[in-house]
Design a protein. Structure first.
Length: 257
């Protein structure tokens, strides 16, 4: 586990108490009928095992399969069902939009997210969530990144190196399952539409002076060698967000946006 902090502490909120274990867990899901119930099993397993005060926010991002129905069915037959809230986007709006909808609805002190495809092991959540309240932000990193397909590994390591270089950071991973205070994320002017929103959140938080702790997680290694990371749209979104971050951080001197 790696600790760090940068700059003067941002005056976000006194709600960031080290004794607080109140957690809103967002599960963004688009056509995840095959794995949505597994994702719910995973987050509830970890939250119950740790004795957290928690809620689960399933953000159904305009799915046209049975994602919503299966999430509701899970909630109806599990004792944790009353803790599950389902938010429906009118149409498919992207990961960034879904997370921001979750931030708006979050009713606990801290917020985390978990992928609707359940691509992270449930055991990893225990280590990550046990760090809630020990720093302003928890920034998980993929401990098995070298086991990923070669193209994904190259893209991930290159992306991390570039972002660290631009913003003078030394973060292991920018696409992890971040944990931070709801009061903090609601002060951020977030423009990310896809996975680039993770980088945006981490950079804005650290450059505003927040302390952070890095913790490992295990990703279920992909068997599919294909990747959409280099699509024209994704590259445009990344470049756009990095440009906004450069402007806010170095020109406007307002990292939170």
């Amino acid at each position: 586990m790696i600790w760090g902090s940068m700059g003067d502490k941002a005056n976000i909120s006194s709600a960031r108490s080290k004794n607080s274990k109140s957690l809103s867990i967002i599960i963004p899901a688009f056509n995840e009928q095959a794995m949505i119930q597994t994702a719910l099993d995973s987050v509830v397993f970890a939250a119950e095992k740790m004795g957290l005060d928690y809620e689960v926010l399933v953000v159904n991002d305009g799915s046209w399969d049975q994602t919503e129905a299966l999430a509701r069915e899970w909630a109806s037959r599990n004792s944790a069902g009353p803790r599950v809230k389902i938010i429906n986007n009118a149409h498919n709006s992207g990961l960034g939009f879904s997370l921001k909808e979750g931030f708006k609805a979050a009713g606990k002190d801290y917020v985390a997210w978990f992928p609707g495809d359940s691509s992270v092991t449930k055991e990893s959540l225990l280590g990550m969530w046990s760090s809630v309240g020990e720093a302003d932000m928890v920034i998980p990193y993929m401990e098995n990144v070298l086991q990923r397909p070669s193209n994904r590994k190259f893209l991930s390591l290159t992306y991390t190196k570039i972002i660290n270089g631009i913003f003078g950071l030394n973060i292991k991973y920018f696409n992890g399952l971040f944990i931070l205070p709801v009061s903090l994320v609601r002060t951020m002017k977030l423009s990310g539409q896809g996975h680039e929103i993770f980088c945006e959140i981490v950079v804005r938080g650290i450059k505003s002076g927040c302390s952070y702790k890095e913790t490992p997680f295990t990703h279920k290694v992909e068997t599919d060698q294909g990747s959409k990371a280099l699509s024209v749209r994704n590259m445009y979104c990344i470049i756009r967000v990095v440009g906004v971050l450069i402007k806010d951080t170095y020109i406007l001197r307002n990292p939170l946006g």
